[in-house]
Design a protein around this ligand. Structure first.
Ligand SMILES: [Zn+2]
Length: 273
């Protein structure tokens, strides 16, 4: 089943049906807005364990915010709900505080619950959404949508191509969090280690296997694998990153590797205004 899914390209409308879209979310609070979207999925009979899924989503959200910038968040959980994947989209006129790294409120929530037997699916979905949303004109169209039908039409056309991209692997901030956890684990008590191991496992299952094994090799060899990029300089080797790469990093959630020392690069967290 997995191969069939991963070998084709598909559209968001294969997973997202019109009743799974909320044009203006009632709730202004993060948890309540997520619950509002889960209610939609429950009503559509796409999930049957709302409480468990809500807990998983909030646990994941507390680890690292799933706000990807530009006023968009992708809360998600990996839970077997019977089907392949369940998605719901909510738009918020006023915006919702998601603790985004760019400090912006979130105006579009794309909630994803996917089946643990399909590990690759979420990464492809995420990459496809990011590729679409990174373009200002696409975000502008979403923002300008006058009603639910128009919003649904725009979202429907998002295409997912299931290809492997060496340099463009998402999720730099997750890797950094994984590094933090792995370093803490070394010093923690048995009880703390158990909890940290759980958190690390949650991140690991979300990332591509190649990315994680490279991370582990770097950790083993150097004691760390992820370096901050500050003002165009890799903080691991103190060498300038090419201007082109640095500016690409600034407005992307992709992962970049320092061409000099090979560490994964994360652009330093922007300060909240
Ligand atoms: Zn470096």
């Amino acid at each position: 089943m997995e191969n069939k899914i991963l070998s084709r390209s598909c559209y968001f409308s294969d997973y997202l049906k019109a009743p799974q879209v909320i044009f203006d979310l009632k709730n202004k609070d993060k948890v309540e807005a997520i619950e509002e979207l889960l209610d939609v999925l429950a009503k559509q009979k796409l999930i049957d364990n709302k409480k468990l899924i809500l807990t998983r989503i909030i646990d994941r959200e507390n680890l690292v915010s799933t706000a990807i910038g530009y006023g968009v968040a992708l809360p998600h959980a990996r839970v077997d709900s019977g089907g392949e994947i369940a998605v719901a989209v909510g738009r918020s006129e006023k915006g919702i505080d998601f603790d985004a790294h760019d400090g912006q409120k979130v105006h579009l929530i794309i909630l994803v619950v996917w089946n643990p037997t399909l590990p690759g699916l979420f990464n492809h979905l995420f990459a496809g959404l990011a590729r679409f949303l990174i373009r200002a004109e696409n975000r502008g169209r979403i923002q300008a949508a006058k009603d639910k039908a128009e919003l649904y039409d725009i979202l429907s056309e998002i295409e997912f191509k299931f290809v492997h991209e060496e340099k463009i692997v998402s999720r730099a901030r997750l890797l950094k969090k994984l590094q933090e956890i792995e370093l803490k684990k070394k010093k923690g008590t048995k009880e703390q280690q158990k909890e940290l191991h759980k958190q690390a496992a949650m991140i690991r299952e979300e990332l591509d296997r190649d990315l994680v094994s490279r991370f582990d090799r770097l950790m083993e060899r150097y004691g760390f694998a992820v370096a901050d990029a500050v003002d165009g300089v890799c903080q691991s080797c103190n060498i300038n990153i090419s201007t082109q790469m640095y500016s690409a990093m600034e407005d992307s959630n992709d992962i970049y590797v320092c061409e000099n020392c090979g560490k994964y690069l994360v652009s330093a967290r922007k300060k909240k205004k």
